[in-house]
Design a protein around this ligand. Sequence first.
Ligand code: NAD
Length: 497
Amino acid sequence: MTKKIVPIGPAANPNLTAADQLPPPAAQSSAPPAAQHNGNGAPVQPIEPASPQIDERTIEQQDANPRIDEHHPQGDTTGEPARKASAWTVAQTQLDSVAAFMGLSDDQRLYLRTPMRELIVHFPVKMDDGHQRMFTGFRVQHNMTKGPTKGGLRYHPDVTLDECRALAMWMSWKCSLMNLPYGGAKGGVIVDPSTLSKRELEKMTRRYTTETSIMMGPERDIPAPDVGTNAQVMAWIMDTISMHRGYSIPAVVTGKPVTVGGTVGREYATGLGVTYITRAILKQSTGQTLDDISVAVQGFGNVGSWTARTMSERGARIVAISDKFGAVYNKHGLDLRLLQRHMAETGTVIDFPGCDKLSNEELLTLDVDVLVPAALEGQITKANADQIKARVIAEGANGPTTPAADDILREKGVTVIPDILCNAGGVVVSYFEWVQGLQSFFWDESAVRRNMEKTLLDNLEVVMGVTSRRKCSLRTAAYTIAVQRVLDAAELRGLYP
Ligand code: NAD
C-alpha cells in the first residue's frame, strides 16, 4: 500500500548549534529531468543458488594472492575480470568466527551464511552515439526474516555477484544491530558511471530498475545510494517503479531528493553517524574528545566528505584525505571548504595547494589518532595492518578490514569500530525516510537527528555491554547481538512449511 507524496522543504531548526546546522551539500544533484517511461520489461535470469561452502583457501592466502572472481561476467563494460580479495569470503569468515564464539549449530550457521534470493540481469542500453551497449547488474537479498530487505545500489567497474552477497549480508547484521525491521540486500551494475552522460546514466538506471523490479517494493526490498549512485539515481528508480505501477511510490527507495519524498538529513547521515559513534567510543575508551585529534580519511565521496566535515566542525583536525587518484596531507589540518571547491573544479583532491601528495597506501599508515576508511572494502589487510599507526579505526566503508588484519590490529591494541555499528547512521535515517514516506508525514531536521543519535547511541551501549561482559572485540560483540536477533526472529516465525 502506498500513499501520495507530500512535497516538503528542509525544515531548518533555529535551536541547532552552528555545528549542527548543515547547509545542503555542494554535491547534491539537481532536480530530476522530465520522467521517461521505460516499461519494456525484458526477461530476467534467476541465477544459481549461493554456495554455502566457504572458499577453501584462507583469507591470508587471498590477501597475498587475489583470485579471479568467477562470477564477474565479461561484457564490453568489464574489460578484465575483477582480481581482488573476495569480500564475500571475508563476510562469511566473520560470520563463521562469531558462530563459533556463540556456539551456533551447523544448521544455524548455514542458514545465516546463505543469501535467500539472487538475481543477475544483462540488459541493453542505447548510448548517445547510437550504438547499443550491454550492461550486467545484480540484486541480492540476504535474509528477510525481520522484514523487507534494505541495501544500497552500487555503480562501479568492479561490482560482482560475490561483492553484492557480502554487502547484503553485512546489511542484514547492520539493520538487526540497529533494531530496524529489515533484512539486508545489495545491488550493483558493472559500470564506471563517470564514463556515461547524464542521459545514458538515466537510461541505464531505468532499465536496471525494470529488470530487477520483480524484487523491489516498499514491502519487499528498498534500495538506497552507495558507491557511484546518489539522490538523483534514487529519484529515477522511484519514478520508474511509479510509472510501472501507475501511481507514486516514494517508499520504494531511500536517499531520494527531499522534493520527491526524501527526508531531510539523509545526505549527511552516514558521515554524521560515524562522527557520533567515534566521539562516543573515544570518550569511553581513552577519555579524548574530538577537539584537536588528528584524523585521516580514505575516500572523499558521500561518507568520507561528510565524516570529515562533521568531525572537523566538532574540533577534529583532518590532516589527510584521499580519493581514487591519491591523497593530500597537511599536518596542520586541511581547509575542507577549499578542498571541496578544488574537488568540484578538478574532480579530484590531488594537487590541492599547500599540501603534500601521498598515495592511498601511505594515508592508511599515517600516525594519526583516528583513521577513517570510507572508500571500498578490503583496504586494511594482512599486508599493511602491521604498519597502521592510528589508535582508532572508524569503519565508514563496508568491509574495509579483513579478518587477518583484524587479528593483527587487536594485538597492536588498535580499537576497530566495526562498519555495522560505525556507518549505521545512513540506514537508520533511511528507515526514517521509509516510515515518513509510508505515512506521508514528514519530520523536521532536529527530529531526524535526535532520533538518529538516540538509535545509534542506544545500540552502542548494548554493544559496549557485551564487549565488557564477554571480553571480546567491538566487532564480535556487534555481530553477536545482530546475529542473535535474526535467529530469535527466525525461531519465533518457525520454518515454513
Ligand atoms: P562514493 O561513491 O560517494 O565515494 C567513494 C569515494 O571513494 C570516492 O571519493 C572515490 O574516489 C573513493 N575511492 C574509490 N576507490 C578508492 C581507492 N581505491 N582508494 C581511495 N579512495 C577510493 O561512495 P560512498 O557512498 O561514500 O560509499 C563509501 C563506502 O561507504 C562504501 O563502502 C559504501 O558501501 C559505504 N557506505 C555508504 C553509505 C551511504 O550512505 N552512502 C552508508 C553506509 C556505508
